[in-house]
Ligand binder design. Structure first.
Ligand code: C5P
Length: 221
């Protein structure tokens, strides 16, 4: 790994997956474990950065030497990111943020009623946090990194997403039922807004994290 090349830098990393509640006991969620985000936080700390890790529903202990902010929903994740971003040299959005949330929250547990069909679940859009922070840079020269899990046309969809979100780097993973989510390993391509394309061979999530910080570091200096 590189030396303390991120010394004096503050980086914000989001990790995990949001849960969007339907009622006090149920939620819409996703399979993100948070391992990639934690790997990013650990490696940035090892390279000398001050790290704020915004963790959505992850079951892992706080990494040593990292400030951890725990959140549940996309709206809470947005609040935490916007609070930390003004002071950040880089923001890396590794969390799986729900695109939609239930329009209604039932304060009591939703019950089945004899002989009645269930109510449909109506969804509304969540804010796109990555697009928002990339558009309104809280700081000049701030590097904004997104992640994209794609199941097909990985590179083409990744390029489109990079442009749409306006981020500097987009880490594109191919995912499927048994790939990536919850796994210790990852395989990806990092796309740059400058047209660069950095393939990351199949390997530990730490190795991908180191490459992300290499690319971030190049853009900061
Ligand atoms: O659009 P998609 O969900 O594929 O984009 C993934 C990237 O955008 C991730 O970096 C994720 O953290 C971020 N995102 C976000 N806010 C959302 C949805 C995704 O910041 N509402």
């Amino acid at each position: 790994a590189a030396g303390p090349d991120l010394a004096g830098r503050h980086v914000v990393v989001s990790a995990g997956g949001t849960r969007e509640p339907l009622d006090p006991v149920r939620f819409l969620g996703n399979r993100s474990s948070g391992k990639q985000g934690y790997a990013l936080a650990r490696t940035a700390a090892a390279r000398g950065a001050r790290v704020t890790l915004i963790a959505a529903n992850t079951g892992m202990p706080d990494p040593a030497g990292v400030d951890v902010v725990r959140v549940g929903t996309a709206v809470q994740l947005r609040e935490a990111v916007l609070k930390a971003a003004p002071d950040a040299d880089a923001v890396v959005m590794a969390a799986a943020v729900a695109d939609f949330r239930p329009a209604q929250y039932a304060t009591g547990k939703i019950k089945k009623k004899d002989g009645e069909e269930p109510e449909p679940i109506v969804l509304v859009r969540n804010p796109d946090i990555l697009a928002e922070i990339a558009k309104d840079r809280a700081r000049e020269g701030q590097v904004v990194v997104g992640f994209a899990a794609e199941t097909d046309d990985v590179l083409a969809n990744g390029r489109t997403k990079l442009r749409r979100k306006g981020c500097d780097l987009l880490v594109v993973n191919e995912v499927g039922e048994s790939r990536t989510f919850g796994s210790e390993e990852n395989e990806a391509v990092v796309l740059g807004a400058d047209g660069s394309e950095t393939p990351v061979p199949h390997g530990p999530k730490e190795a991908l994290a180191e490459i992300v910080w290499d690319l971030v570091g190049q853009r900061l200096s």
